[in-house]
Design a protein around this ligand. Sequence first.
Ligand code: CP
Length: 357
Amino acid sequence: MMGAKHLIDLGDFSQEKIKSIVELACKIKENPSAYMDVCHGKIMATLFYEPSTRTKMSFQTAMLRLGGQVIGFDNPQNTSVSKGETLKDTIQIISGYADVIVMRTPTEGSAKAAALNSPIPVINAGDGGHLHPTQTLTDLVTMYTEKGTLHNLTIGLCGDLKYGRTVHSLIKEMCKYNTKFVLISTKELTVPQYLKDMMNASGCGYEEINTLEDAISKLDVLYMTRIQRERFASLEEYERQKNVYVLDSAKMKKAKKDMIVLHPLPRVDEIEIDVDNDPRAAYFRQAVNGMYARMALILTTLTSDEESKPIVLNREYPSVKCSNPKCVTQTETYLPKTFSKSGDMLVCDYCDERVLI
Ligand code: CP
């Protein structure tokens, strides 16, 4: 649709555009007062169907600091969603009120589904266990600021690599920077196969290591993650996985002097509190960078005159159902069931689930 510049997956943006957003975020951070009026008269709608502290508030404060205004909800039960309104209709209505939509959902592929029906830009603020592209922008700004480059880094990803959407978006992006990936997880919580294929296809490859102790000394960046309790099918399975990986001061002693520790937060038990005092603990600085990254994204989205890329769907297979129970097509049943083909599998256009034909 003309005028819409959606961010569903960071791969929607060219590497040049991502670089310019990261650089703009750094410029805004240096001199925020120069940007205090640049979105005057613009309105951002934040649609949060799932809890959030950082993403929601950093988006909201980002827009306010740019001189714009914010509407939205963080409890869909207080909206007409509770009366059965479809995502399509909700988006159609809100796109008549606002200039940009930021949305987070427990279902996967919902931001893409929303973008299909939105004449204004839709920004994915996290769709279930699938993707979280603006967290990746935050991570890029932080690594660029702290390490001085995004290239040739050895990044250890630790914890819930199966359900952690921040990890998925980060891997997709860092495949472009000759990254050495070190995957630190139990076999139950390893990275989805499509991302392993992507790391191999990019030439980066990956190494899987079971313990943090064995991996930490080789890392430039350690990206810790929370075990995503809300994504597990059973509490028993979650209980088996929690507390397997805990970063503490003893383990930090084995790390490089200039390694940085990132975490999208919230943390539960996976980083002990005494690590916070280590100058290499960059996760609270990372959360602040999230606001600058989102200021740069909003400004770019609302002021850029580049051509909008329409959402392109692949072939429709009306009789095929996506096997992911959290896929948006399970609840928004009017959506065309479209898939790309990969060998003898179909890949869902919305949630990237692979379905055997
Ligand atoms: N990192 C992140 O997405 O945090 P919230 O869930 O608090 O938004």
